[in-house]
Unconditional design. Sequence first.
Length: 284
Amino acid sequence: MMQQFDAVVVAGGQGSRMGYVSKADLDVSGERLLDIVLRATAGAATTVVVGDVAVPLGVVVTREDPPGTGPAAGLLAGLDAVASPAPWTLVLACDLPDAPAAVGVLRSALDTAPDDADGLCLRDAGGELQHLAALYRTPALRRAFAAWGDPANRSVRGVMASLSLLPVDPGDASVEDLDTPEQLARWVASNPASPANAAEDDKEGWRAFVEDACARLGIDPARVDEHALLRLSRRVAHSGARPMAPVSTFILGLALGADPEADPVAVATALQDAIATAPLPEED
């Protein structure tokens, strides 16, 4: 049985090799990269994201102090943000597109880990331990930071050097991180958008609803990007989706914003009529 654990996702950094973009916010096959990683933290007592990024409801967000002082400082800030620490801490970088599978391997390996191990750490194809893809005993992690001193601009590898870590082969999972546009393109080419995400964004029937609703309310349908709204709603809902609910709300807001004298009840009724009569596609 999996021990109780917290999760810390390190999402700071400048993304210099990625063109100075937020790697956490990269679109990877139709899903935000950070949201992919957060799926891997399911079951955590507390999940903390360290970085200047938007997070789903229920996830704690914090920053290293001062900002920009590296992943080791970020990890310590994440530990400090947990009010009631669990016995184990899952540590992940925000740029691991196969994090759910990788964490599955770690959690399975924990069942047979020796009692004297301070943690379990996935290793890459070259045999190098990936310290930001690991499960640590929380007290051991704390001891390592206490012994190291100020972690600002220091390596995570250095902080963890004193720990007894069990190397874990990832098997079919990947521990490759996405540091460059070339790595991102290669990963996306090998892992296309999931059918669920594609189905929500590509159903042409949604556009028929948008055009009908906008016509009833006197709104230019070109102002409504239903695909972007659905992707945003999945992000807010931690990868969940309720088809057209956020789009309907957006259209309602446009209508009321365009005419301050509009009767909200009449506008809502017109929108309800559109929902009832527009040729919506069937749910899969």
